[in-house]
Ligand binder design. Structure first.
Ligand code: DX5
Ligand code: ZN
Length: 219
């Protein structure tokens, strides 16, 4: 069984107080910082680029989990890896060649992951099941924090089953979920087979982030 880990989406952090927000995340017991990059093309919204990520490089013990919601991720893999990404996730729906993009990430010596939007079927990631460390199943349409959770249990279970039956890579596949994850929805995605929970608005809204992280991880 894979441990349940939490990746805190800093999309919901206070941008003017970013340094202390990162300290809060670190003190919460969450394993990862989830860094959402949006380009205004793949999704309407525009968020952060390389410089803010670079500012955290070497300054936090959390794993820097970069989620690229951009149209041509291949073009920017080196930049985000050099800025400190430990994991880079890109979308199967993007315009880059998927195998080339996975290879570009691996060549930087970091973990590679692919993501599917709510309307993209599980089968879209099957050809890459041995080439990635993680699959991210979106539980909202990418673009904004604070949206309502969409139940993707069937998709998560299908990917978990396919990996159990077909993955020959040494490490087990991680399945991450992102969007609308809180104390009510976490049990649903964990039951379906997800082991890494991204959460933004729920954790930053919480009076005690550490307690909220523990709640997400608990049974
Ligand atoms: C949405 C982003 C998410 C977002 C999640 O496109 O990829 O990471 O920050 O935020 P919550 O947890 O508020 O749904
Ligand atoms: Zn995200």
């Amino acid at each position: 069984m894979l441990n349940i880990e939490v990746s805190v989406s800093v999309l919901s952090a206070d941008p003017l107080d970013f340094g202390s927000e990162i300290k809060r995340v670190e003190a919460s017991g969450a394993e990862m910082i989830h860094y959402d990059v949006m380009d205004g093309v793949f999704v309407n919204n525009i968020t952060f680029g390389m410089p803010l990520l670079r500012s955290m490089q070497g300054k936090t013990n959390c794993i820097l989990d970069v989620h690229l919601m951009i149209i041509d991720p291949l073009k920017y893999i080196d930049d985000f890896a050099d800025a400190g990404a430990d994991i880079i996730t890109f979308h199967v729906e993007s315009k880059s060649n998927i195998t080339e993009t996975i290879n570009a990430i691996r060549n930087k010596g970091i973990k590679a992951a692919i993501s599917v939007k709510p309307n993209t079927p599980a089968e879209a990631v099957f050809p890459y099941i041995n080439d990635v460390d993680m699959v991210l199943v979106m539980t909202v349409e990418p673009g904004f924090g604070g949206q309502k959770f969409m139940d993707m249990s069937e998709k998560i279970s299908a990917i978990r089953k396919f990996a159990d039956e077909n993955r020959t890579a040494d490490a087990p596949l991680s399945i991450q979920v992102d969007g609308g994850i809180d104390d009510i929805t976490a049990p649903i995605v964990k039951k379906a087979g997800a082991n890494i929970l991204v959460s933004g608005s729920y954790l930053f809204r919480a009076e005690n982030m550490a307690e909220a992280v523990t709640k997400l991880k608990g049974r």
